[in-house]
Design a protein. Structure first.
Length: 222
């Protein structure tokens, strides 16, 4: 079993670079995932991220700790369209109209269906990758108004990219990042958590008020 797991880990590491993967035997009872888990929570997302990364740095110094991941962390690049509502209304356009058009261009929409044996498969039409990622192309996108005329998007809207948090997990209504790690060697998760308990308490006591670190994973189940 361990040989198979080692082969799978090696294959996943080589073939799926940049993707978080985890190999483990089937769990008996409630699923836990990576056995070592610590939840870092507090009112401000930036501070929670900072403390979570600091905790991960401490864990990384332990030879029994394997790969470390977060359940969420970095903000993502989001497309923002700021519509001048007065101009849009003069053209007979609403925010919903523009949203539907942009969704068709960026995400795609079904334009027809083809039959595959007994199944009907949607054919999705959308812009090319290079066009979907270009602000200049999106700004020049021709929007058809209810009167039948075409006008570029930039005539009544401003297109830009912004960094936003696409996903924020909360616990007790506070942003919470879970730092997760796999194990190396034969040590049991509960033993490792117990050994690191004094260090974990020291780190937790050094946090400002309203921020805390809690044990999750196998240690919490115990």
């Amino acid at each position: 079993r361990e040989r198979v797991a080692a082969r799978l880990r090696d294959r996943l590491r080589k073939d799926y670079v940049g993707i978080s993967t985890y190999v483990q035997p089937l769990e008996m009872g409630p699923p836990v995932g990576r056995p070592i888990q610590y939840r870092v929570s507090g009112p401000q997302i930036d501070k929670v991220r900072e403390y979570a990364m600091g905790l991960a740095g401490v864990l990384d110094g332990n030879p029994n700790i394997g790969d470390i991941v977060y359940d969420w962390n970095e903000p993502g690049k989001m497309l923002k369209i700021d519509i001048a509502q007065d101009k849009a209304r003069q053209l007979g356009l609403s925010s919903e109209d523009v949203a539907q058009i942009m969704n068709s261009v960026v995400t795609g929409s079904a334009v027809t269906q083809v039959r595959d044996d007994i199944y009907l498969v949607n054919v999705i039409g959308r812009a090319e990758d290079s066009e979907r990622g270009s602000l200049e192309t999106l700004e020049s996108l021709q929007i058809v108004t209810p009167s039948g005329t075409s006008i570029p998007l930039k005539a009544f809207a401003k297109v830009s990219y912004e960094l936003e948090q696409p996903l924020v997990w909360r616990r007790d209504r506070k942003p919470t990042i879970t730092v997760k790690a796999s194990l190396r060697g034969e040590i049991q998760p509960t033993d490792l958590v117990a050994r690191r308990a004094p260090e974990g308490k020291r780190i937790a006591h050094g946090l400002p008020a309203n921020y805390r670190i809690e044990v999750g994973g196998t240690g919490e189940e115990r």
